[in-house]
Design a protein around this ligand. Structure first.
Ligand code: DP6
Length: 361
């Protein structure tokens, strides 16, 4: 499918006066990272992520026909029950970007009521779950206006729209492992939307565990827009994009053959490379905190001492995602409680595992 498949000319809205849709949409954690993009939200390299089960956004979108015919967007936002005007500029920008694809959005007054399952300002980015939930609600309106659209089109266009809100949101629609970005070894993969990893995944990766250690709950030091822009003219950009491309091929093999030690090596290398890109850009950033490093050292020691397949990955921040196979759950949970929680802010952490995608409520 191309961009043209998602452009909507005129949908008759006469029979749809008002309504409400609710979607619960997950966050995701990238194994091969998206870092660097070009307009309009086209990734410089393919990325792949685990969909999370317990970290999600629930969004209710209420809509009613506007009384006037103004072209301005009419949006009210509530976050966890309270008006949240601070979210509006990002949503207005999102609406401007997607108007061409869902032109009916100028015809309604919208009330967006949203909440996250994870603590606010936990350092967990809510843009993936938030933007995907909103995109799904808008697609439910499109479906109401045009019942002919297929589930496949619904999901692809939801991801396509979500991507225009936040790149990683394209990977939060459906599937446990989601690929975003065109890659020669992944059939059907696209720069425009996320697709489910198309091959059978080895049992070693079934119900993979992800415990998120909240090392630093402050606001993000570097916004993702600034972060991605750091890859423009970055001295190592070309090599990095090529490396990510190769890493997708490697991870695809690993996910099929179940080689856990290769998984551990690749996933940790990706996390450290992401941070290395930030340390070697100009301006430069160190997003890890001393406790991030302490946790990493502890994980490495535990892995050596216990012949474990525990590993870590990082987002563009100080929090640590501790990844491990389900069969090690009990022992690793004990290790986390006894040795890692002390490095978290207010001892806060979130136990999560791989989930299968968004759900309409
Ligand atoms: C480090 O999706 O937040 O988490 O497209 O500007 O909204 P925008 O960026 P965003 O970037 C996520 C970067 C990352 C890696 C990843 O999730 O792949």
């Amino acid at each position: 499918m191309t961009e043209k498949n998602f452009i909507l000319k005129n949908l008759d809205t006469t029979n749809l006066e008002k309504g409400s849709f609710t979607w619960k949409s997950p966050s995701n954690i990238a194994l091969i990272k998206y870092w660097g993009k070009s307009e309009p939200q086209i990734p410089k390299n393919t990325s792949i992520s685990f969909t999370l089960n317990n970290c999600y956004t629930t969004t209710i979108l209420e809509f009613s026909k506007k009384e006037n015919l103004s072209k301005e967007f009419s949006i009210k936002v509530f976050f966890e029950g309270k008006t949240k005007d601070g979210f509006k500029p990002k949503i207005v920008k999102f609406f401007e970007r997607i108007e061409k694809y869902v032109p009916f959005i100028t015809k309604y007054d919208f009330v967006i009521k949203t909440e996250n399952s994870f603590p606010h300002s936990s350092g967990i980015a809510s843009s993936a779950s938030g933007m995907s939930a909103l995109a799904l609600c808008l697609m439910s309106i499109e479906k109401e206006l045009n019942s002919d659209i297929t589930d496949e089109y619904f999901n692809k266009k939801s991801s396509f729209l979500a991507r225009l809100g936040s790149g990683s949101a394209a990977r939060s629609i459906e599937g446990e492992l989601v690929v975003w970005g065109n890659h020669k070894k992944i059939p059907e993969s696209s720069d425009l939307y996320g697709t489910k990893f198309p091959y059978d995944v080895h049992d070693n990766f079934k119900n993979y565990q992800d415990t998120i250690l909240l090392v630093d709950k402050g606001e993000k030091q570097v916004s993702s827009t600034i972060g991605h822009n750091l890859m423009i003219d970055h001295p190592f950009a070309k090599k990095r994009f090529k490396q990510a491309d190769n890493n997708i091929s490697k991870l695809s093999e690993i996910l099929q053959n179940g080689n856990l030690s290769a998984f551990v090596n690749l996933v940790e290398s990706e996390a450290l490379t992401l941070h290395a890109m930030m340390m070697t850009s100009n301006p430069y950033f160190i997003l890890m905190k001393p406790n991030t490093l302490k946790i990493i050292e502890k994980i490495w020691k535990y892995r050596g001492d216990n012949k474990s397949d525990i590993c870590f990955t990082l987002d563009a921040g100080a929090n640590v995602h501790v990844l491990f196979p389900e069969r090690e759950k009990e022992k690793i949970n004990t290790f986390i409680t006894n040795e890692l929680i002390a490095f978290c802010q207010n001892n806060q952490y979130i136990c999560d595992n791989v989930g299968s995608g968004a759900r309409q409520l």
